[in-house]
Design a protein around this ligand. Structure first.
Ligand SMILES: [Mg+2]
Length: 119
């Protein structure tokens, strides 16, 4: 069964406002590794979809923050992860049964950057 990663945008992705430390290449890398990916943001669905299209990435889902639980209902996955930068990300993760990964910890945990091992 695949694992699933939900990305916050602002403060998390390099294309966010403010920019975060997760590059679009890092997103592509986990998708190629078999993760189901998408975004969960306060931005409108159409804005989220346009952002992914602009970068040539086909995502499985785009949801508003309070709808993260819908993602768990729609996709069967071995593990549900949400990467974000605020307390709200932590709260919606906990409410939806996702494991919250603070954006600053994500490169080391998920991509083995900073000398840590991949999970
Ligand atoms: Mg954010």
């Amino acid at each position: 069964m695949p694992k699933l990663i939900s990305f916050d945008i602002d403060g998390t992705l390099e294309v966010g406002d403010p920019p975060g430390v997760i590059t679009m290449d890092m997103v592509r890398e986990v998708q190629e590794a078999g993760y189901l990916i998408g975004s969960c943001s306060d931005r409108t669905i159409s804005t989220q979809q346009r952002l992914w299209e602009e970068h040539g990435i086909t995502v499985e889902f785009t949801v508003l923050k309070h709808n993260l639980g819908d993602v768990a209902a729609r996709f069967e996955a071995e593990e549900y992860l949400h990467i974000g930068d605020t307390d709200l990300d932590l709260q919606v993760s906990q409410a939806a049964g996702f494991r919250f990964i603070p954006v600053d910890d994500a490169p080391g945990l998920m991509w083995g950057i900073n000398g840590e091992h991949r999970q």
